[in-house]
Design a protein around this ligand. Structure first.
Ligand SMILES: *Cc1c(COP(=O)(O)O)cnc(C)c1O
Length: 373
């Protein structure tokens, strides 16, 4: 048996919706884009949502909307997908890493103030794995020092923190819809904000710097083509209609999975993920760093598609080390999490049989490794 690492949750609704767009004569900037945006803003609880062609494009526009550039420092986490830091580099600003907190896997608020300098302009927390960063102290620090906040919520659709939906804390937040995310459009992203100026900027900048009331060939600022197509947006709107069902299924499956795997010695589960505040993105467990890579080899050889996540950390990616002088040992918690964490197959439609297969294979692999040491 092969159990895939992830799998999109799509039905006839998405297929019909894409085909209907193809049969229409409106393939871009049409009603399905507006609908996707409206459903998204409603689900998060923000005034505005702007659809873009990837999460990375959305992060780039968020950084530009706040006017961050050369000489500015942005405090962020090294334990993330590389795009959350690259978006700062796109504009020539400097990412300043702060180590992760062991419980949330996210930026440790206790370490933020020591990293603030006169050049610090913003904080960019990431809600990795669908678990909210510790937003209360982060927002308090931002207010105290007059810093803007960009939330990378790409992995955390509808996660909450103290009852408030993630993505509504900062000035602007960004989501992604790559096929491994909770909902997918193949490629795609969404920016959300309550700030009209940010909204106006993002609408214009995603569309070649046009003003909404202007002619097609009149441009008021430097812009990009970060638009999504109507086919993509139609898929997104259909996925949004299923979001409550998708979130409920993911929660139910994850709880069952944890029950099945909790008897296996040597696995450690992240704290608090079975709470309704968590948005199930991946199923992550921690194992002994000494057996991690061998365990992954055995699992993958036996059809249990698993990965080291996030490994390496952003500061240990080759070009970050080369261009910024980052070295191993600088962010010990992020590095520890990076050496111990694996993600197991997990997706909305994972079956009992597939979860049982993972349980059996994991049990056998760990027994084999412990016998070997
Ligand atoms: C998925 C993701 C993104 C955006 O990815 P795209 O592939 O550009 O849509 C950004 N940050 C994090 C943390 C992500 O997981």
């Amino acid at each position: 048996m092969i159990v895939p690492l992830s799998q999109p949750y799509l039905g006839e609704e998405e297929i019909d919706a894409v085909v209907a767009v193809l049969r229409s004569d409106r393939l871009a900037l049409g009603p399905r884009t507006a609908e996707f945006e409206q459903l998204f803003a409603q689900a998060i609880g923000t005034k505005y949502a702007i659809a873009v062609n990837s999460g990375t494009s959305g992060l780039h526009l968020a950084v530009r909307a706040l006017g961050l550039g050369p000489g500015d420092e942005v405090i962020t986490t090294p334990f993330s997908f590389v795009a959350s830091s690259n978006c700062i580099l796109f504009e020539g600003a400097t990412p300043v890493f702060v180590d992760a907190d062991e419980r949330t896997f996210n930026i440790d608020p206790a370490l933020i103030e020591a990293a603030i300098t006169p050049r610090t302009k913003a904080i960019l927390p990431v809600h990795v794995f669908g678990e909210s960063a510790d937003m209360e102290p982060i927002m308090a620090i931002a207010r105290k020092h007059g810093l803007r906040v960009i939330e990378d919520a790409c992995e955390a659709i509808q996660a909450t923190y103290q009852g408030q939906t993630v993505g509504t804390f900062g000035d602007v937040a960004v989501y992604g819809f790559y096929p491994n995310k909770q909902i997918t459009t193949g490629e795609g992203g969404m920016i959300v904000t309550n700030d009209e100026a940010i909204y106006d900027y993002c609408l214009s900048a995603r569309n070649q710097g046009r003003a909404t009331d202007m002619q097609w060939l009149t441009h008021v600022r430097l812009g990009y083509n970060y638009r999504i197509s109507e086919m993509t947006a139609a898929m997104g709107a259909e996925q949004m209609k299923k979001l409550p069902q998708i979130m409920a299924l993911r929660h139910e499956k994850a709880v069952r999975y944890m029950e099945l795997l909790s008897g296996i010695a040597g696995l450690r589960f992240p704290d608090g993920w079975t709470e309704p505040s968590h948005s199930w993105f991946v199923f992550a467990v921690r194992v002994d760093a000494g057996i991690r890579d061998q365990l992954l080899d055995i699992l993958n050889a036996n059809g249990v598609q698993s990965k080291a996540y996030f490994s390496p950390c952003i500061h240990l990616q080759e070009f970050y080390m080369r261009d910024f002088g980052y070295k191993e040992g600088m962010f010990p918690m992020a590095e520890l999490l990076s050496k111990e964490t694996i993600i197991l197959p997990f997706f909305t439609s994972i079956s009992e049989e597939q979860m049982l297969y993972v349980q059996t294979q994991l049990q056998a692999a760990i027994a084999q490794l412990h016998l070997a040491v």
